[in-house]
Design a protein around this ligand. Structure first.
Ligand code: RB5
Length: 152
């Protein structure tokens, strides 16, 4: 599976660590930047990863900023994206099992490396449950067309 990853300056310091965790699990990791911890705007990097994931069926993404909040808000503006901001094993597990999230977001200022390891473990080992959750995810995705109809 191909995994697109990016951060802003506030998430840059754990990006290499997170890349290693996914590579160990057999993912093909594509780093979309930045290349240093110079100050950048997180929506630019959220857009890069979200567009890549939206264009490639079956791919996933990871976005790291200070809190994970800005990255998830920005990524969810791109059609086809379900970006989930998670805090721990449980929320990462549920993001996959119930929401079929295709982009994982978290904050370097919020979670330490031990928690990041457990988040990645949950994300990689949890399939989407489907069933009643599939119907709900379809309803989420239908909201995208509603926005277009209203000219938003
Ligand atoms: C940068 O200071 C910070 O605002 C950003 O990393 C992120 O937390 C935004 O949601």
């Amino acid at each position: 599976m191909r995994l697109y990853i990016a951060s802003d300056h506030a998430g840059f310091h754990v990006k290499e660590f997170v890349k290693g965790l996914f590579t160990e699990r057999g993912y093909e990791v594509v780093d979309l930047g930045p290349e240093s911890d110079d100050r950048v705007d997180y929506p630019d990097f959220a857009a890069k990863v979200a567009r890549a994931v939206a264009q490639e069926e079956g791919s996933q993404g990871v976005l790291i900023c200070g809190t994970g909040i800005g990255m998830s808000i920005a990524a969810n503006k791109i059609r086809g994206i379900r970006a989930a901001e998670v805090h721990d094993y449980y929320t990462a597990q549920m993001a996959r099992a119930h929401n079929d999230a295709n982009i994982l977001c978290f904050g370097e200022r919020v979670v330490g490396k031990g928690v990041i390891e457990s988040i990645v473990e949950a994300w990689c080992s949890t399939p989407f449950e489907g069933g009643r959750h599939a119907q709900r995810v379809e309803k989420i995705m239908a909201l995208e067309s509603e926005g277009e109809r209203d000219g938003n």
